[in-house]
Design a protein around this ligand. Structure first.
Ligand SMILES: *Cc1c(COP(=O)(O)O)cnc(C)c1O
Length: 357
């Protein structure tokens, strides 16, 4: 716990927008809280952070992030339980990943202490924006981008680190239908797939849009070389239950090291399921559908936690998954994770970072 709000300059809004928000109908990412935090990087160092009213920034159209893509982000959640305790889920782990993303994009490291203090201070200021109904949270979006104005291709010398927050409701996603991608590529080994950088998303939009036109909800990305092995899906890692075992593609430079993925792998032990992190081939999935040994498939990520996959389209064939019941691994692990985050289940792994006790 590190709350140093006193040391961070705060300019408060004249009038809060809180009363205009319908907390029973939040959706995801529709509303941004009253304040944002901004830190400038200049002359080789991070300057004083400032919390100010959320609003437009004054930036040059020549800023390097727009032209050459130095822009990375994180996504995590803060919770407030019935006792008013405010926690962030695994921010240290998100910070480690941010460092990897920044390094890959030649951007300056954000020190852990700065990261954690800024998050805590901003959450304190907008604490009333944290929803408390079950499944709700305050989504946190820290991001860093090159703000220097220059047209020549170069690594920027000036950056901004900004945090926005957004109250989000429970994610009532319907089961998704995914298509194994055999033409387009999201990321190749050696590329930027493991970094949470803006360009990965821009490049994924077109194939995803085509898949949606064909009636699918999402793309299941495969390896760039042969389209023979599963990487991940959209903005989520993917997991399968085959022969009663939890199976997920092992990490590589072409997929994102999800915090939800890691948390679920850790929890698999106490939920008494054997886990395997290894390459998962498209052929193995086809075989498992043929034999009926695949019982579950789901995406995992901060936004939805667990998102049920109802159908996987492989080489022109729709492969349906059985219905999910309360004994399924995906619903049990989702419940467990939610209980830990709301303080209803012991936090034996030390995942809840205390903002306000
Ligand atoms: C953010 C993200 C995930 C999920 O990571 P979490 O840390 O679990 O939220 C998975 N894949 C991609 C491409 C992502 O950007």
């Amino acid at each position: 716990m590190a709350v140093l709000t006193e040391s961070i300059q705060v300019e408060r809004v004249a009038k809060s927008r809180l009363s205009s928000i319908d907390f029973n109908n939040l959706g995801f990412g529709a509303h941004i809280s009253d304040h944002m935090l901004v830190v400038d990087y200049k002359d080789g160092q991070w300057k004083e952070p400032k919390i100010q009213p959320y609003g437009n920034l004054d930036l040059s159209p020549a800023m390097l992030a727009l032209h050459y893509g130095q822009s990375v982000f994180e996504g995590m959640k803060a919770f407030k339980n019935d006792a008013g305790v405010i926690t962030i889920f695994r921010p240290e782990r998100h910070h480690k990943r941010l460092l990897k993303s920044l390094e890959r994009m030649c951007m300056p490291a954000v020190p852990e202490e700065l990261f954690l203090n800024c998050l805590s201070a901003l959450i304190e200021v907008d604490a009333d924006w944290i929803p408390t109904t079950e499944g709700s949270s305050l989504y946190l979006r820290p991001f860093v981008f090159a703000s220097e104005a220059k047209l020549g291709v170069k690594v920027a010398d000036e950056y901004k680190f900004i945090i926005l927050t957004s109250p989000v409701g429970p994610y009532f996603a319907k089961p998704v239908r995914v298509k194994v991608e055999e033409e387009f590529v999201r990321a190749a080994e050696g590329g930027t797939g493991f970094a949470k950088c803006a360009g990965n998303y821009g490049g994924a939009f077109y194939p995803t849009m085509l898949a949606q036109k064909q009636g699918f909800d999402q793309v299941l990305w495969t390896d760039a070389k042969d389209h023979a092995y599963i990487d991940e899906s959209g903005a989520m890692n993917v997991m399968f239950v085959i022969d009663g075992k939890l199976i997920t593609p092992k990490l590589s430079t072409s997929l994102l090291d999800g915090v939800t993925r890691d948390s679920i792998l850790v929890l698999s032990k106490s939920l008494e399921i054997e886990k395997e992190e290894r390459r998962v081939s498209v052929a193995e999935l086809q075989e498992a559908f043929k034999k009926g040994t695949i019982t579950e498939a789901f995406g995992v990520g901060t936004a939805a936690v667990v998102s049920q996959i109802a159908m996987i389209h492989i080489h022109g064939v729709d492969n349906n998954l059985p219905a999910v019941d309360v004994n399924s691994f995906q619903l049990r692990v989702k419940k467990k994770l939610n209980e830990i985050r709301m303080g209803l289940s012991p936090d034996v792994h030390g995942w809840n970072y205390l903002v306000r006790g």
